[in-house]
Design a protein around this ligand. Structure first.
Ligand code: SF4
Length: 327
């Protein structure tokens, strides 16, 4: 597997949603800046964890990457090709290479289709296999994700949440993708099932050479699976570094607060660990003013923070932070 070559490069990506005021003229009343000038890359064979509270734009970013949303600005470079503005027809060949696993294993599966039809949809669309070969492929995929051949003729409502997520994973893998955007794939599952699904995703990565963008709302979920992690807050990337480095030496005040809220299994260490309680209101993502998006909740806020938006800068080798405090 070729590593350390960007498979995906995201450059200054923006996704704004127009807010309509309603009424007779239905005028535009503002922009919701879901993703604002985000830059990062994912190397081939790597897992990039993307973390932030709900509403920070991480799922919108994931959906923009697979072009379920059309970006407002910036570039998506996939394997050296700029796919930001290519037509839906041209996007078809990338749909095979770029797949997505959705958060809600209940809503993301069509309840009127059998498992075989759900998993086989992509195989048909991309003309990969037909007849018995297609059926054999579906059986193989079900076995790969820990389900059984007999499950192929059943409907989604006959399965548990964990099993449905496995069906969603089999569907994504059916077209033999290279990069999978995993949008909070374990958030809706019981804690007891979460580790099983994460372990399975790791095994699949090793066996199939997959690259992951793994989206989660808290840092404890991405710790083990990620090589590098990006932390988002209100549409902006606040910190990016290697997974171990982020846990060892978080530099952004928001990352520090997120990490302090993770319980430590050792009761003595847990007692010593000072939880940082974030005070202040979360700013609105609708037409946000200049300055740091985290300023209203930051305990180190300075005058400059309210006036100048901090750039994401490399402050230590491979450690990027957007904060005026970090030199
Ligand atoms: Fe806090 Fe200022 Fe850094 Fe923002 S730029 S995180 S407000 S110190």
């Amino acid at each position: 597997m070729e590593q350390n070559r960007p498979l995906l490069e995201i450059k200054n990506l923006k996704k704004y949603f127009t807010i309509e005021s309603g009424g007779f003229f239905n005028r535009k009343s503002g922009n919701l800046t879901a993703v604002d000038d985000v830059t990062f890359h994912i190397n081939k064979g790597e897992t990039f964890g993307l973390v932030g509270e709900s509403g920070c734009g991480k799922s919108t970013l994931g959906r923009s990457i697979v072009r379920l949303y059309q970006p407002t600005g910036g570039n998506i470079i996939y394997d050296g090709e700029d796919i930001t503005n290519i037509s839906q027809h041209e996007m078809m060949k990338y749909r095979k290479r770029l797949q997505m696993i959705f958060q809600d294993p209940y809503a993301s599966l069509n309840s009127r289709l059998t498992v075989s039809e759900i998993v086989g949809e992509g195989i048909e669309t991309h003309n990969l296999y037909t007849g018995q070969e297609k059926l054999d492929k579906i059986y193989e995929l079900l076995t790969t994700v820990g389900l059984k051949k007999e499950h192929a003729s059943r409907y989604p409502h006959e399965f548990s949440g964990g099993q449905r997520q496995r069906i969603g994973i089999a569907r994504a893998l059916a077209v033999e993708p290279e990069l999978v955007v995993c949008d909070e794939p374990i958030s809706a599952l019981d804690v007891s099932i979460q580790a099983q699904v994460v372990n399975m995703l790791e095994d699949l990565q090793d066996n199939m050479g997959l690259t992951y963008l793994f989206i989660a709302h808290d840092l404890s979920m991405v710790k083990h699976i990620s090589d590098r992690i990006g932390v988002m807050y209100l549409g902006k990337m606040m910190e990016i570094t290697e997974s171990n480095e982020l846990y060892r030496k978080p530099l952004h005040p928001y990352t520090q607060a997120l990490l302090s809220s993770i319980p430590i299994p050792d009761p003595k260490k847990n007692k010593e660990n000072k939880r940082i309680i974030l005070q202040g209101d979360v700013k609105s993502p609708i037409d946000p003013p200049e300055g740091c998006r985290f300023a209203s909740r930051c305990r180190y806020v300075m005058d400059i923070c309210r006036e100048v938006t901090p750039e994401l800068r490399e402050v230590e080798p491979s450690h990027f932070v957007a904060c005026h405090l970090v030199k």
